[in-house]
Write a protein that binds this ligand. Structure first.
Ligand SMILES: [Zn+2]
Length: 293
């Protein structure tokens, strides 16, 4: 079954110019992973993952690194609302072929004005946003910014597709409830067409994975078309053992829960292709209460 990894970070050992795409693809092949979304270097305000480059340099680097393999490597620009000229940077990135934007709320809430302005600009480009969500293992005190309910503020942001990484571990119940809010809001107000996706990148330690998968697939919401799969691997060491381990576990759990082959295909790759606009497939959600519950 085709695998698409939506969550690959630029390795900390990569050179200042680019990473070695051929080596990365070889490691992805060993894991059976066909495509991957590659996050650029972090903005300056995320000091532990920034090496002094501004937004345009980070954009150049990630585009350059992926450009010979655009059928398998999908460049993502990591942005922050405090960056100078963020509007122009987003416009240029979209014009030059970036596939999406990465945002980590390390020192701001997603509902702050500066953040909403940046996200409105991104929504206009038609490109999706991959957010971190859940406890944040950075160097600071930052997890309070990443409770999933803060993303309720995006309900009214027409046209924005976004994902919440790690299913908001450890707050995945809250994350699933939030998704229900987006579904009901969209049913009542179809003009509010922002769309939320779960990014299953671990996240959850192994003993919690069955509970997460049972709740995701068993909650009764129209959810199968909105789950993405990823690993948190790095470009300079794509850990194929780690990727295989999670693929096998998730696949086994889905079998145990009697998920259809179609659902597995959606979660492992089909939804990512829709999320990034790589396929013509569209999806109209069914009413949350259509089964009479
Ligand atoms: Zn990550």
């Amino acid at each position: 079954m085709k695998l698409f990894d939506v969550h690959i970070h630029l390795g900390t050992r990569s050179s200042d110019v680019a990473f070695d795409a051929s080596a990365l693809l070889g490691q992805m092949n060993r894991a059976g992973v066909r495509g991957g979304a590659i996050f650029s270097e972090a903005p300056r305000s995320f000091a532990s993952h920034n090496r002094g480059h501004d937004g345009y340099q980070r954009l150049d680097m990630v585009l350059e690194s992926c450009k010979a393999h655009m059928d398998r490597l999908f460049p993502i620009l990591w942005v922050h609302p405090d960056e100078d000229g963020i509007d122009d940077l987003i416009g240029e990135a979209a014009g030059r072929g970036i596939n999406g934007f990465k945002v980590i709320c390390n020192n701001f809430y997603v509902y702050e004005d500066k953040s909403l302005r940046m996200l409105e600009r991104i929504a206009k480009t038609g490109k999706p946003v991959l957010f971190h969500s859940g406890i944040l293992w950075d160097d600071g005190v930052s997890s309070q910014y990443n409770r999933p309910l803060h993303w309720e503020a995006l309900c009214k942001m027409g046209g924005l597709r976004f994902s919440l990484a790690h299913c908001s571990w450890p707050w995945y119940d809250e994350c699933i409830a939030l998704y229900g809010k987006f579904l009901t809001n969209h049913m009542k107000h179809p003009e509010d067409n922002s769309e939320m996706f779960f990014d299953m990148t671990p996240g959850t330690p192994v003993p919690y994975r069955r509970d997460l998968m049972t709740k995701l697939l068993g909650c009764g919401y129209d959810i199968e078309h909105n789950i993405l799969w990823g690993t948190d691997c790095q470009t300079d060491h794509y850990n194929d053992q780690w990727a295989r381990k999670w693929h096998h576990l998730d696949s086994a759990l889905m079998d145990e829960l009697h998920a259809s082959e179609e659902t597995k295909h959606l979660i492992f790759s089909g939804n990512a292709e829709r999320f990034f606009g790589l396929s013509d497939v569209t999806y109209k959600h069914r009413d949350l209460f259509s089964d009479g519950s």
